[in-house]
Design a protein around this ligand. Structure first.
Ligand SMILES: NC(=O)c1ccc[n+]([C@@H]2O[C@H](COP(=O)([O-])OP(=O)(O)OC[C@H]3O[C@@H](n4cnc5c(N)ncnc54)[C@H](O)[C@@H]3O)[C@@H](O)[C@H]2O)c1
Length: 283
């Protein structure tokens, strides 16, 4: 989708972090942006930043896990600005717990917020993207954790089991969706960022619904030595814009993660080599 100027984007979970970076990047590329978030004040602040870039910016409250709320958002966006050309799905939660200790409610929370928010966002907006009359594009935010499976480490001393499983699901969902929508001219990308400055641990804690266990204590900001390694959200936006223009499938923000992806691929291929050698022995 090369011609972005004057088009309209909706960024769900756009009030902070990665979503804010995407909203600002799209605004700089000349799109009007609806900033939708569960937190009104954050959405308002980012919509104001969007307007500072000379395009229309509108803030709307949405619960990105609720089909009715998403349908209302789609209606508002279409009534206010006409068609929707770009949909960016950013709702996500970080769950720090070893898989062996996760409860059914932890799993339900992770699946609902990380995966189903995207599935439902696409379902709510697809009729409007189809109605745009020319190209349209969907960007689903996964993570590097969608293509890697990493244990806790010195810079990320957290147990990201459910997070990793659900982010892999988003990558697979996006790859399959891309195949289904390509004949209609609708592009699909999946954003796989490394560490980006954001409020994820805190928004996850305070927005955890009662049905999934209720809010928990906010952990506060990461230690300065970790925060200093994180990418600014403003850097993510232009990368996403470039990916939309070129209709790239996987959108990586941290090329330095390539060796880890190669190591994972190598391990996968090694298991194929093992299978081939076992078959060769007639087993
Ligand atoms: N920050 C990182 O290092 C990083 C890395 C890879 C992927 N991601 C992914 O980026 C996405 C955004 O996370 P972030 O790190 O920018 O966190 P963030 O907390 O800064 O931003 C998330 C936004 O989503 C909003 N939100 C939460 N629940 C919502 C709901 N039900 N409906 C609508 N809005 C809701 C929050 O209020 C917040 O404004 C997530 O999917 C996350 O997994 C983040």
């Amino acid at each position: 989708m090369r011609d972005l100027k004057g088009k309209q984007a909706v960024v769900i979970g756009g009030g902070s972090g990665v979503g804010r970076g995407i909203a600002l990047g799209l605004a700089e590329a000349g799109l009007d942006v609806v900033v939708a978030d569960i937190e009104r004040a954050s959405a308002d602040a980012v919509a104001a930043e969007v307007r500072e870039r000379g395009v229309r910016g509108r803030a709307t409250v949405v619960d990105g896990t609720d089909p009715d709320s998403l349908a209302e958002l789609a209606h508002t966006a279409v009534s206010a600005h006409g068609h929707v050309h770009v949909l960016s799905n950013n709702v996500g939660v970080m769950i720090d717990r070893p898989l062996t200790e996760c409860t059914d409610r932890d799993w339900a929370w992770g699946i609902e917020f990380n995966l189903m928010s995207i599935v439902r966002g696409v379902a709510a907006f697809l009729p409007h993207l189809r109605g745009a009359g020319d190209e349209a594009h969907i960007v689903n935010t996964a993570s590097l954790a969608g293509v890697l499976a990493l244990p806790p480490g010195p810079t990320m001393p957290v147990h990201l089991g459910i997070y990793t499983v659900t982010k892999h699901a988003i990558v697979a969902y996006s790859e399959m969706l891309r195949g289904e929508l390509a004949p209609e001219g609708i592009g699909v990308s999946v954003l796989c960022p490394g560490m980006v400055k954001s409020n994820l641990a805190n928004t996850s804690a305070r927005n955890r619904p009662e049905r999934f266990g209720g809010p928990t204590k906010e952990p506060g900001p990461p230690p300065p030595e970790v925060e200093s390694m994180m990418m600014a959200p403003e850097t993510v936006g232009p990368i996403v814009v470039a990916a939309i223009r070129e209709n790239r499938l996987h959108v990586f923000t941290h090329p330095e993660a390539r060796p880890a992806v190669e190591a994972r691929q190598a391990a996968l291929l090694d298991d194929f080599a093992f299978a081939a050698s076992e078959r060769g022995r007639g087993r």
